[in-house]
Design a protein around this ligand. Structure first.
Ligand SMILES: [Zn+2]
Length: 469
């Protein structure tokens, strides 16, 4: 199978030019001007952008959490991703406390088998380390292509680890070349604040934010940065939501430390007041860290512009409002934490970042694709348009208008965080390793086309697969 994408505006993190792109098998084999080649399929892309497929480094599909399970499984979650121009993501395997990593990984791979629509990798969320067992096993994960360890510094009594486990994991990472990721919030302080609020009779959704003040995120971010420095491992802070955590990351990066940060689409658009919406609507916006005061949105735009934050993910962790979020009607602490968004990242950031004049088109590609690929050992197979790279490509129509709505999205969630938002610019054709996944409103490929990708260690390149003879 060969595909010719003709006359599009090819945009990577570095380049921007009009040209033709020829795909043979699964990889890009030729880029040039007016290519004289025969192809099985020709896509006319004049007036369109030709972008590398999005890489979403932070999602939760089919994950048990908060007494329920996220509503999107691998198939519906990855279908949403494909329609949104994301062709690769890295999902979190959660180690059940006491379990081996091998068992957890097998469990997660079982949930994905036969359902994969896009390519994927796994991070390992460490909840529990035992000497003479999981501590040693942790070191073997990078050999299996699982090259990042995630630690929750919040969710006391569930996923949270203490500083000993955090620091020991960092020491292992320093040895094995894995990247350490932290959910940075002070879970002990938050636990005290939640109990106090409930004892005082505060049960509404906005108390989710009032019991997780930005300083608890800033404190944990700084603690993780300092500990990673002592251990000598690279650190990636997920879902940065506010000035209090942007500042310690900026300081560490100024010093040249191996520290990176990510924010998520929703933190640019959803602010604290959404949690106060009446009739339990506010529960739709209960995710962690919580939506913050609006002034943080400018802080985040500036942070992604100047590379204090280097990636934008979705933290897609979807629940239905009706039946799942409503579990916390009488107690905000029982509202499952998380929101949908896997499908909307590219269109939202293009609309308000690029069209809004906040970031360049190149920078958008860097934040949504190239940097996540580089940080998570997927580059240059993923994250760029280059000869030899996987033909994961989005033909993006920058002029087409679309209104975002739960009525038309592909997640199983019954609401959308950006309901009613009008965007100009949507993916038109999406290719995964040379196969057409999405064409217009249709999913063309069958589930099962996606693959598990064994990622390279931090800072190392993932060699392109050999060309098919
Ligand atoms: Zn998450």
């Amino acid at each position: 199978m060969s595909v010719l994408i003709r006359g599009g505006r090819i945009v990577t993190a570095a380049d921007d030019y009009v040209g033709d792109l020829y795909v043979e098998g699964e990889r890009i084999s030729l880029i040039g001007e007016s290519l004289d080649v025969q192809a099985d399929k020709v896509i006319e892309a004049a007036g369109k952008y030709v972008l590398p497929g999005g890489v979403d480094p932070h999602t939760h599909l089919d994950m048990p959490f908060g007494g329920t399970v996220t509503i999107d499984d691998v198939q519906s979650g990855q279908t949403s991703a494909a329609f949104g121009g994301t062709t690769c993501h890295v999902d979190f395997v959660i180690q059940p406390p006491g379990s081996s990593f091998a068992a957890a990984l097998e469990d997660w791979q079982g949930k994905a088998n036969g359902k994969q629509v896009i390519d994927m990798g796994y991070h390992m969320a460490v909840t529990d380390l035992k000497e003479g067992g999981t501590l040693e096993e942790l070191a073997s994960l990078p050999d299996q292509g699982v090259t990042s360890y995630k630690l929750f510094m919040a969710y006391k009594g569930a996923l949270m680890v203490d500083d000993e486990t955090l620091f020991r994991t960092m020491e292992v990472a320093a040895e094995t070349g894995a990247l350490v990721m932290v959910h940075a919030e002070n879970g002990d302080a938050i636990d005290v604040l939640v109990k106090k609020a409930l004892a005082e009779g505060h049960t509404e959704p906005h108390w989710h934010a009032l019991t997780r003040p930005p300083e608890t995120e800033g404190e944990a971010t700084n603690r993780a940065i300092q500990l990673a420095r002592v251990a000598g491992c690279p650190l990636y802070v997920v879902h940065v939501s506010c000035r209090e955590s942007v500042e310690p990351i900026a300081l560490a990066r100024e010093k040249g430390w191996d520290v990176w940060g990510e924010t998520c689409t929703q933190y640019f658009f959803v602010d604290y007041t959404f949690l106060e919406r009446p009739n339990f609507e506010g529960a739709k916006y209960v995710y962690t860290p919580p939506p913050r005061a609006k002034e943080n949105q400018d802080v985040l735009w500036n942070a992604v512009r100047v590379d204090t934050l280097s990636a934008i993910s979705t933290d897609h962790c979807a629940f239905r409002w009706d039946g799942q979020k409503t579990m916390g009607r009488d107690d905000f602490s029982k509202i499952p934490n998380g929101g949908p968004g896997l499908e909307n990242r590219l269109s939202m950031i293009h609309e308000f970042g690029v069209r809004g004049g906040r970031i360049s088109l190149n920078r958008m590609v860097e934040l949504l694709s190239t940097n996540p690929a580089k940080l998570f050992g997927l580059y240059p197979r993923k994250g760029t348009i280059a000869v030899g790279s996987d033909a994961d490509i989005v033909v993006f129509d920058p002029a087409k208008r679309h209104t975002i709505s739960a009525a038309t999205h592909h997640s199983k969630s019954d609401y959308n965080l950006y309901e009613g938002t009008e965007v100009t610019g949507v993916p038109e054709v999406v290719l995964l390793r040379g196969q057409v996944l999405v064409e217009g409103d249709e999913l063309v490929a069958e589930p099962g086309v996606g693959q598990f990708v064994r990622r390279a260690r931090f800072g190392q390149e993932l060699k392109p697969a050999p060309a098919v003879a």
